[in-house]
Design a protein around this ligand. Structure first.
Ligand SMILES: Cc1cc2nc3c(=O)[nH]c(=O)nc-3n(C[C@H](O)[C@H](O)[C@H](O)COP(=O)(O)OP(=O)(O)OC[C@H]3O[C@@H](n4cnc5c(N)ncnc54)[C@H](O)[C@@H]3O)c2cc1C
Length: 401
């Protein structure tokens, strides 16, 4: 039996749509199945750190993001409680020489899916994948209001997000961290915060951080990070006052947030990581959050998703043996996700974990950080290739003197 498509992507989110575009423009037959007819604000990532922005450039989709209204703040500003570290000009201080990329997620999704379609991918919306039969020629059952259809493909690229069901269809074993941080987010308008910088305020003494990713024109995405067992979650308009109060209590300067209005839902998510080791088997490659849902507290999900797309694309273009390509992708994924995860865990220990052990780490690390702002690994900004977490970092951060 011949395949009807080379690739089916389950999901037309940023990962699925970017892969669809990358493969369609190389002449492959690509089908995108996306259940939403119109994307809405689900409170997702809207700040991509520079290493992700470099992947976006590499994939040739920066223009798509910019046309969808993306904003490139030149600086990164960190506060440890109320003490401001020097503002960091990103293009000048990263090996990749690029800045961050902030955008309204639903607009970027719409634009990227349209770009995939323009590149030749067939995009079906308002339909969903209901099952996948793994194997050398996997089969995908697509359902809509009008009935169901089975599609044969060479490869299934499962980019179905943080609640991925494809993990189950592919018989992958999911791994899950114990509860750690929780992350609340809301889109704001009439936002007085400076637009030339990402703002990250960390208050390790109360295990909280507060972020603003400006999007230009007085809009921006604000996040509040706390521990999973911190009192209350922020859900809906009634909690917006408390959300702002918690941001101020963390150390966010009042004049950066005062007067801002909600421009979308306010919602809270558990940050515990959930991932699959070696996210390829039997004709199914997991990508983006489906492969590894990283802790949003450290803002790596979008960059990882773009890295997945590039690595999978390159593996598939490099050989006709797509089973071999799938395994090559999965091996690389384990490597770069592992580095990012290690760094995130160290950052959580230094900045967010309560208790005497974390306090002992902080007592060693914070004075060093005040003296040298590059004391910690730069993995989350400059990426796992240029700034991997090293044994030396581990010893410095975690070992008793
Ligand atoms: C609160 C929060 C804050 C975050 N902040 C940041 C941040 O600041 N920086 C950062 O880098 N990352 C952040 N992230 C993570 C980032 O949002 C994700 O990593 C990224 O959106 C993953 O993209 P994706 O394409 O893999 O998944 P998704 O965007 O979830 O896309 C999955 C798509 O698949 C579709 N779908 C699912 N199942 C089916 C099916 N069976 N059939 C058809 N379609 C289906 C869905 O409709 C959806 O469109 C945050 C996440 C959260 C929750």
């Amino acid at each position: 039996m011949t395949e009807q498509y080379d690739i089916v992507t389950i999901g037309g989110g940023l990962a699925g749509a970017a892969l669809a575009k990358a493969m369609a423009e190389n002449g492959y037959r690509v089908l995108v199945i996306e259940r939403e007819t119109q994307f809405k604000d689900r409170v997702r990532g809207e700040g991509m750190t520079p290493w992700g922005a470099a992947e976006v450039r590499e994939l040739g989709i920066l223009g798509t993001f910019l046309e969808a209204g993306a904003h490139e703040p030149p600086c990164w500003q960190t506060y440890i409680t109320t003490a401001a570290l020097p503002a960091r000009p990103l293009a000048e201080t990263t090996a990749l020489g690029v800045t961050a990329l902030n955008f309204y997620h639903p607009a970027a999704q719409e634009a990227l899916l349209a770009t995939a379609e323009k590149a030749g991918a067939e995009v079906r919306r308002g339909v969903r994948v209901a099952a996948v039969q793994p194997g050398p020629k996997p089969e995908v059952r697509v359902e809509s209001d009008r009935g169901s259809e089975t599609v044969r493909v060479r490869l299934v690229a499962a980019a179905d997000g943080r609640r991925s069901v494809a993990r189950k269809w592919g018989r992958f074993e999911s791994r899950q961290d114990p509860p750690g941080n929780q992350v609340a987010g809301v889109l704001l308008e009439n936002l007085p915060a400076p637009e030339d910088r990402v703002l990250l305020v960390i208050n390790p003494f109360i295990s909280q951080s507060s972020l603003i990713f400006p999007q230009g024109k007085g809009r921006g995405r604000a996040y509040m990070i706390g521990r999973h067992d911190s009192p209350g979650r922020f859900q809906g308009e009634k909690d917006f006052g408390r959300f702002k109060q918690a941001s101020f209590e963390t150390g966010m300067p009042a004049d950066h947030l005062e007067g801002a209005k909600m421009a979308g839902p306010l919602a809270t998510f558990d940050g515990a990581e959930s991932w699959v080791d070696h996210p390829y088997r039997d004709g199914i490659a997991l990508m983006g959050d489906a492969a590894a849902t990283s802790d949003p507290s450290w803002g790596q999900g979008l960059s990882l998703a773009m890295r997945d797309v590039r690595v999978l694309r390159d593996a598939l273009l490099g050989t006709d043996d797509w089973d071999e390509a799938g395994h090559a992708y999965a091996e690389r994924h384990d490597d770069y996700y592992g580095k990012v995860r290690t760094c995130e865990q160290w950052f959580s220990t230094v900045f967010l974990e309560p208790g005497p052990e974390a306090e002992a780490v902080r007592a060693r690390v914070l004075p060093q950080l005040a003296a040298d702002h590059m004391y910690l690994p730069d993995t989350l900004i400059d990426g796992p290739d240029h700034a991997p977490p090293t044994e030396e970092h581990r010893t410095r951060i975690l070992s008793e003197p």
